[in-house]
Design a protein around this ligand. Structure first.
Ligand SMILES: [Fe+2]
Ligand SMILES: [Fe+2]
Length: 169
């Protein structure tokens, strides 16, 4: 993805942080790394908030930090049992140790799993990030599922069926 210059300036210090860089080491939604996922959420949230004339800086920065946790969340044996609900707080605690976050950025990180976690987001920017996160997760899962179905021959079979269908049009 090609990011615009303004966006890169907004997240520059976060992206250069050694702890944040470690997100490259973790798979996220099977087909991406956690850093790639976080960058997608951050960039789309930035674009949407800029379009809506909202606080795109907080959306971009908190979007990049929303999944700042350091364990394999795809391994059911080793991840915390309540990972889905607990990781926003873990991410917020980690982000607070590294950066000075404003109230909106804290709300964005803490509420990004809404409505699974019950507390309703306080800001429009928090809603934007939570919806963008779900969109990105769905897209990343879909890529993984398509790849997997290719492996098991489902897509080639569907392609053959589609061709079979087309010859009767
Ligand atoms: Fe998350
Ligand atoms: Fe996420």
């Amino acid at each position: 993805m090609k990011y615009n210059v303004e966006y890169l300036k907004i997240i520059d210090d976060i992206l250069k942080n050694e702890e944040v860089k470690k997100l490259r080491l973790y798979k996220h939604h099977y087909s991406y790394t956690r850093l790639e996922h976080s960058l997608s959420v951050s960039y789309y949230s930035y674009l949407i908030c800029k379009f809506l004339h909202r606080d795109y800086i907080s959306a971009a920065r908190a979007g990049l930090l929303h999944d700042l946790f350091f364990y394999d969340c795809e391994n059911k044996e080793t991840r915390p049992k309540n990972h889905i609900k607990s990781h926003p707080l873990v991410s917020l605690e980690n982000a607070n140790k590294l950066f000075s976050l404003n109230k909106k950025e804290q709300d964005i990180i803490l509420k990004h799993m809404w409505p699974i976690t019950r507390k309703t987001p306080k800001y429009i920017e928090s809603f934007v990030v939570t919806f963008v996160d779900k969109y990105c997760a769905f897209r990343e899962w879909s890529i993984f599922c398509i790849f997997k179905s290719q492996l098991f021959g489902v897509v080639p079979v569907l392609q053959v069926l589609n061709l079979y269908h087309l010859q009767y049009l």
